[in-house]
Design a binder for this molecule. Structure first.
Ligand code: RM4
Ligand code: MN
Ligand code: MN
Length: 435
């Protein structure tokens, strides 16, 4: 392994400074949990086994559609992005995989890229295709759609790109292809709503046919943007219908910001699982639309309820879960406009793991008994009790035992990593906004 980006001595020194307080907090929480029959070490072990992938594109300050405000030391290529992802993993110990996006992360040698990541302690997660944007020199424009475009040559180009993504993913060691398309319309009448779905399904089935046996195709729905009148795969209904038509290796991916306001996302999770189609998540938070805000920054309770459904789902596996049982893919998908992306992803990884841990604390027997007895208040309280527990000491202890930092943000700031990168990396341009 090459040298990791943050000094191990710094982490050890800060952890030593926090160790006594953490032991006190962990012991106190352990006593509290044991009064309800919960073994804190067992929860810690589960937390130690949890992980969530980070998106390569989340390492930069993505900006909004309006403007981009780069920071000094921001990464400009996949190599620098990997280095930043390694910082997140080194400190948090819950983000061991990176999800690449092509062609953004294209290189000439993927074997070397895989080794480069491994040397930084990183593996690879789902490969993401991009047919929502034209590239320089591209033969056919995606202005009128990609997999659902009217033009057959455009559809074929989009299919070929997805197959190329699978081939790259095989070299990297991925086993999932995530397909999000921006295809849709801005005007009533612009396209035939039925036929555009037919075209999407036909093109998607060609990609599906190219999937290796142990791969999944994750269909990501999104209600609107860039299309503002209709979107081809707009919701979980369209997504599950498409996944069912494609076959057992096609699953649905839930990006938390891709729904109509106030939609009950945890119920969608339960529904997708019921039909063996729950493929994975893009974690972020949202106030209005696809805001890509930091996970749990707006509605941490919703995130907890999603994990509560995931625990229920794991306890009730569905026979038709092809590909080895319950194994949803977890990833962060955020855009950072006003924070250092490393700090945001550290914070989000922590919040996601907290919600996972809290969901493990739910007294399932009490919950199910209350549900059976129609005791609404006690059923709600079973969830509430778990949600109200501050699980921070469990996470910190699991992290420290794995070599991570007890206080991730403190260690990151003291490392002056971004400042050092600002000296070494070339500056990022302002980028194209629409103002
Ligand atoms: C989309 C969607 C996809 C992501 C792109 C960049 O809104 O969330 O997952 O690949 O943005
Ligand atoms: Mn997404
Ligand atoms: Mn999105």
């Amino acid at each position: 392994m090459t040298e990791l980006p943050i000094s191990a001595d710094l982490i050890a020194e800060r952890n030593a400074a926090h160790a006594e307080a953490l032991e006190e907090d962990y012991a106190a929480l352990g006593r509290k949990l044991s009064r309800t029959g919960i073994d804190i070490d067992a929860i810690k072990d589960r937390v130690a086994g949890f992980s969530v992938a980070v998106p390569s594109w989340g390492a930069g300050r993505g900006g909004t559609r309006f403007a981009k405000f780069p920071i000094a030391g921001e990464p400009t290529n996949i190599h620098e992005k990997l280095e930043d992802c390694a910082v997140i993993q080194q400190l948090s110990r819950v983000t061991p995989r990176v999800s690449p996006h092509f062609p953004w992360d294209k290189v000439s040698d993927y074997k070397a890229l895989r080794e480069e990541a491994a040397a930084l302690g990183l593996g690879w997660d789902a490969v993401n295709s991009n047919t929502f944007q034209d590239q320089v020199g591209q033969a056919h424009t995606y202005a009128n759609g990609s997999l659902a475009a009217q033009d057959a040559a455009t559809r074929q180009q989009a299919v070929d790109h997805n197959i190329e993504c699978i081939e790259i993913g095989q070299q990297l060691g991925s086993t999932d292809l995530t397909v999000w398309v921006g295809d849709g319309t801005n005007f009533p009448g612009q396209q035939d709503l039925g036929r555009s779905l037919d075209r999407y399904l036909e093109a998607a089935s060609k990609i599906y046919a190219a999937l290796p046996d142990d791969w999944r195709m994750l269909l990501e729905h999104k209600m609107f943007e860039p299309a503002f009148y209709s979107t081809v795969i707009s919701d979980w209904g369209s997504s599950i219908l498409a996944a069912q038509e494609l076959g057992p290796k096609a699953k649905c991916l839930v990006d938390l910001g891709h729904h109509a306001p106030n939609v009950n996302i945890e119920q969608i999770v339960a529904r997708l699982h019921r039909f063996g189609k729950l493929g994975g998540f893009h974690f972020n938070d949202s106030k209005y639309g696809d805001d890509d805000l930091d996970s749990g920054s707006i509605n941490p309770h919703q995130l907890f309820l999603v994990f509560n459904e995931l625990v229920e789902a794991e306890l009730n596996p569905r026979a038709n879960e092809a590909g080895g049982g319950f194994n949803p893919s977890y990833m962060i998908d955020q855009s950072h406009n006003v924070t250092d992306p490393i700090e945001s992803m550290l914070s989000s990884a922590e919040t996601i793991t907290q919600c996972f841990a809290k969901a493990q604390l739910v007294d399932r027997d009490a919950l199910h008994a209350a549900q059976e007895a129609n005791d609404t208040m006690m059923a709600f309280q079973a969830l509430r009790r778990a949600y109200n527990v501050d699980v921070a000491p469990i996470l910190a202890k699991a992290r420290a035992e794995a070599g991570g930092a007890i206080d991730v943000l403190e260690a990151y700031r003291l490392s002056q990593y971004r400042g050092r990168k600002a000296q070494q990396r070339k500056a990022v341009g302002l980028g194209a906004g629409i103002v």
